[in-house]
Design a protein around this ligand. Structure first.
Ligand SMILES: *[C@@H]1O[C@H](CO)[C@@H](O)[C@H](O)[C@H]1NC(C)=O
Ligand SMILES: *[C@@H]1O[C@H](CO)[C@@H](O)[C@H](O)[C@H]1NC(C)=O
Ligand SMILES: *[C@@H]1O[C@H](CO)[C@@H](O)[C@H](O)[C@H]1NC(C)=O
Ligand SMILES: *[C@@H]1O[C@H](CO)[C@@H](O)[C@H](O)[C@H]1NC(C)=O
Ligand SMILES: *[C@@H]1O[C@H](CO)[C@@H](O)[C@H](O)[C@H]1NC(C)=O
Length: 194
């Protein structure tokens, strides 16, 4: 009897808990994380083109930002090539968990690529070409299982090519020229079955 009672208590408690966890507002916490990520991204950059990234309009309508159809408040693409962005890339971008395209080509980005970008499990395209990024290519990029195109050309990357890149199952196009990379090309790169 006591056991049955305990089971019931546990069961009804967990029901209450899962009800209590329902978000009070229509916006999910992940959507809030998306907005925070974009505002953090903006805060580390300077560009006139980011003036309209302000809370007077929904972030899905900010220039360069696109949100999903099935998940209308989740950011799926950042297309900001030639936006005259100067500054560092915010690690908060790693919270855009629905992001499929990250195109920041042809800007004046400096500093390192945040390893947090390795959390973008849905990312298919990453184009950072023609910037002033430095340091090593983070090993964490090798965790992007859906990455199809990786373009890091024309930056100041140094060090070796991470072996983790060779494990990327979806990678079809890899551009690394015009950097200061050295060392071996991982032998498994380019030999993975298509
Ligand atoms: C929502 O965010 C949490 C972390 O805050 C993450 O663990 C979870 O995977 C996210 N869910 C979706 C659907 O992106
Ligand atoms: C906020 O964005 C709007 C465009 O959506 C723009 O007209 C306005 O000038 C911006 N405000 C500031 C303070 O930059
Ligand atoms: C690009 O940004 C710099 C300052 O960061 C500014 O001096 C320059 O005028 C901008 N160029 C364009 C084309 O907006
Ligand atoms: C987003 O990312 C940053 C840095 O990677 C982290 O500190 C922050 O807690 C994350 N979550 C939210 C909801 O912004
Ligand atoms: C990446 O950007 C470069 C210009 O910097 C462009 O030539 C190239 O086509 C872009 N690649 C993709 C796949 O978007």
């Amino acid at each position: 009897m006591a056991r049955i009672l305990a089971f019931f208590c546990f069961f009804s408690l967990s029901c209450i808990c899962s009800h209590a966890r329902l978000p009070p507002s229509p916006r999910s916490s992940n959507a809030t994380a998306d907005e925070l990520a974009l505002l953090s991204f903006k805060s580390m950059l300077s560009s006139r083109l980011l003036d309209s990234w302000n809370t007077s309009s929904h972030y899905c309508s900010w220039p360069g930002v696109a949100c999903g159809r099935r998940h209308p408040d989740r950011v799926i693409s950042l297309q900001m090539g030639s936006f005259n962005l100067s500054g560092h890339i915010s690690p908060f971008l790693g919270n855009l968990s629905f992001l499929r395209e990250l195109d920041l080509r042809d800007n004046q980005l400096i500093g390192q690529v945040p390893p947090e970008l390795g959390r973008l499990g849905r990312l298919q395209l990453l184009n950072f070409s023609a910037n002033f990024l430095q340091g090593e290519i983070p090993t964490e990029i090798g965790a992007l299982k859906n990455l199809y195109i990786l373009n890091l050309e024309e930056n100041g990357f140094s060090g070796g090519i991470p072996h983790s890149l060779a494990d990327l199952p979806s990678l079809e196009f890899l551009f690394l020229s015009n950097n200061r990379l050295f060392g071996e090309i991982p032998s498994s790169l380019g030999t993975s079955p298509l």
